[in-house]
Design a protein. Structure first.
Length: 326
């Protein structure tokens, strides 16, 4: 029996991935840029075991079935074909963050699964190959393989081998903190995978994609020069562009709740008052408020005054890795 355990962090995109040019290979229509979220972690153990008649998958202590299990089995099949293995696996995956809190567990989940399964299968892959493989499970998982602030390049090869994420700065490069207003623990009505498939039904997707490389260049420059004001503008622009596409897809995807809107009214006003904070939103109602470490308490206080009860705080975090003691 060959066993390995890996951990990986969730991430928050500053420049969003939305829409694929190849849905099966998860090749994106635009490059994206994100920050790994320390503390929002998945720990996954994979054990290949010749005695197993089929893959056994446990997620947060419950046996996974249906589409969730099938997605993991498909990913294990990719690893098995690379390693020329036929043996089945036992997978135990646990999140350290509340599941269903609207925090993407597919990014940390498929990054941890990729690192654990390839190691248990005896494969020695480069960090780039690990990221490209994680991408096949969940696009955003490619960005959770390297550490800190990471950029997922679109790549140009039809196989997708050159579509992977790389670290552009280590976690300690900038003391950004994600103060997450958790507004709903309900399961998303339409998940990201289905949403990517709808992106091209919006008349605004082509314009969003056309502008993404310039926004990414501006975001990378703002990050590398630690220019919060330039960073805030481009991060909010990019998030709103993605939600404009979502809202104008057929069927439309409207993830915002009343409190989401209250926060996105408030945050730019707080910034105009001198508080360094900006917002971004993924495929759900939660608002990620990005600020600098010295202002976390003030952002949290103001969010609570708006009526936000649940808040998660995540500074930048490291790469996916094999863990030996856990
Ligand atoms: C809105 O990576 O979750 O969070 O590849 O189908 O698993 P799949 O989609 P996923 O999409 C992420 C969408 C997003 C934006 C982002 O993280 O870039």
């Amino acid at each position: 029996m060959q066993t390995a355990t890996a951990e990986a962090l969730s991430n928050i995109a500053f420049i969003k991935y939305w829409g694929n040019r190849d849905q099966a290979l998860r090749l994106p229509q635009n490059p994206s840029l994100s920050m790994n979220l320390a503390g929002l972690k998945t720990v996954t153990t994979v054990a290949f075991d010749a005695a197993l008649p089929h893959d056994l998958i446990s997620i947060n202590g419950s046996v996974a079935t249906g589409a969730a299990a099938a997605r993991v089995v498909r990913h294990l099949d990719l690893v098995r074909s690379m390693a020329r293995l036929t043996v089945r696996a036992r997978v135990d995956s646990r999140n350290t963050f509340p599941s269903g809190a609207g925090i993407a567990s597919s990014a940390s989940g498929f990054a941890a699964l990729t690192v654990a399964a390839t190691s248990a299968a005896g494969l020695e892959l480069s960090p780039e190959a690990l990221s490209a493989l994680a991408r096949r499970g969940s696009g955003s998982a490619s960005r959770s393989v390297p550490g800190g602030f990471t950029e997922w390049q679109m790549g140009g090869s039809p196989t997708g081998d050159d579509s992977f994420a790389v670290s552009i700065a280590p976690p300690e490069y900038w003391d950004l903190v994600d103060v997450i207003a958790v507004l709903s623990a309900a399961h998303k009505a339409t998940g990201s995978t289905e949403g990517h498939g709808l992106a091209d039904t919006s008349p605004f997707q082509a314009a969003r994609v056309a502008g993404a490389p310039a926004r990414l260049t501006a975001c990378r420059a703002a990050l590398l020069s630690r220019d919060f004001s330039a960073f805030a503008t481009v991060v909010e622009d990019d998030a709103v562009a993605m939600h404009a596409v979502m809202m104008t897809s057929r069927p439309p995807l409207l993830y915002w709740q009343p409190l989401t809107v209250a926060i996105i009214h408030a945050v730019p006003a707080w910034r105009a008052d001198g508080l360094p904070v900006c917002f971004t939103i993924d495929a759900g109602p939660n608002v990620h408020c990005l600020t600098l470490s010295t202002h976390v308490a003030e952002v949290e206080r103001r969010l609570r005054a708006l009526g936000v009860a649940d808040i998660l705080i995540a500074p930048p975090g490291g790469p996916a890795s094999i863990i030996r003691d856990f």
